[in-house]
Design a protein around this ligand. Structure first.
Ligand SMILES: O=C(O)CCC(=O)C(=O)O
Ligand SMILES: [Fe+2]
Length: 345
């Protein structure tokens, strides 16, 4: 991985992080980071880990994480649940059509979504959920979710599906809660900076199924078109089928080759907003040319939906004024989802 060219202006409080350093980065590889020290009692060990994360965020915007703490069995159960769900008859899946949901929960059919507005639709099926307690009794709708308020929808005749999917969801949220303090340290703000901005996890999880595409592939109809993610960061489980690609500053697509035992973590646009582009989100896409089906499970972890996305003080200065209009996270995510689904309304 290239050396970070980030500079920090000394003598300022909080330190000013140089902007746009990442845009010149022609990374060829996505770094692998071991999360074992994330819970270390030694602040120096956590600091060393945060430094690695900072370097990856500034230069690449994507990392693989190992020793991430999500048990293999939890992953396997969720993936098996996804396989079973996508094999249901189309009519059953369409009864959960995401277009019927006010907050974008449920099933997306092939070409139902168009993540890159220049394309003609994405060649994947999806199933989206948001926060929900595992114990159904605890599931009164939460307050404070603003534009994104609303519950999940579930298939009625798939025993164990809800439990398997929600168990992975909660394990993913737990991992996300471990990562926020590391990102905060990487930005030179207190480790608890995001605590009061992530009190009721605004995490959307998707089960994704990509059929294989063979023969001549129209670049406007691929697994998922080139895009950046909408939240702070994404935690992605992918199977062993290569499809995900990440764009470097030379305009070259770098394969995010599946590495057993790892998850991919990438920055999203809410972090670009929090950091005034110090942590930019990196463009990526997926094209399944493998000849076999592919599954992935992204979990998009954002700020609470009622929180305003305003730049962290250390990331703005007179020379680097705020680049983004301040909006609430809920309005922001909803507007991005509306664009994504507009073509199939
Ligand atoms: O399936 C993948 O590897 C990527 C999915 C993705 O980029 C997304 O859902 O935002
Ligand atoms: Fe993405």
């Amino acid at each position: 991985m290239p050396e970070s060219t980030a500079t920090e202006c000394s003598g300022q409080s909080p330190p000013f992080l140089a902007t746009n350093v990442r845009t010149d980065s022609t990374f060829e590889e996505i770094p692998v980071i071991d999360l074992s020290d994330a819970t270390s009692a030694d602040p120096m060990a956590r600091r060393a880990l945060a430094d690695k994360i900072r370097d990856a965020c500034i230069n690449v915007g994507f990392v693989y994480v190992k020793n991430h703490g999500i048990p293999e069995v939890v992953i396997d159960n969720a993936v098996n649940a996804a396989r079973t769900f996508f094999k249901l008859p189309l009519e059953t899946k369409m009864s959960l059509d995401i277009h019927k949901s006010p907050n974008f929960k449920g099933y997306t059919g092939l070409l139902g979504e168009n993540t890159n507005s220049e394309n003609r639709g994405d060649m994947h099926e999806g199933f989206d959920i948001g926060w929900e307690e595992l114990e159904e009794a605890g599931n009164a709708l939460r307050g404070g979710d603003g534009a994104m308020a609303g519950g999940n929808v579930w298939p009625s005749d798939l025993p164990g599906f809800r439990e398997a999917v929600l168990s992975y969801y909660h394990a993913g949220v737990k991992l996300g809660k471990l990562l926020f303090p590391l990102f905060a340290m990487a930005l030179d703000v207190p480790e608890n900076f995001f605590d009061d901005k992530t009190t009721k996890p605004a995490a959307i999880m998707r089960l994704l199924y990509y059929p294989p595409q063979t023969g001549v592939i129209d670049d406007r109809v691929i697994g998922i078109g080139a895009h950046t993610d909408y939240e702070c960061f994404t935690i992605l489980w992918q199977d062993q089928v290569q499809a995900l690609q990440v764009l470097n500053a030379d305009g070259k697509w770098i394969d995010a080759v599946p590495i057993p035992g790892t998850l991919v973590v990438n920055l999203g646009d809410q972090f670009a907003r929090w950091t005034n582009d110090v942590f930019k989100s990196t463009v990526h896409r997926a094209v399944n040319r493998s000849g076999v089906e592919r599954y992935s499970i992204p979990l998009f972890f954002g700020s609470d939906y009622d929180v305003q996305l305003q730049p962290i003080p250390g990331c703005v200065s007179e020379d680097n004024p705020p680049k983004y209009e301040v909006v609430t996270a809920g309005d922001y995510v909803k507007s991005r989802l509306e664009e994504t689904y507009a073509h199939s309304k």
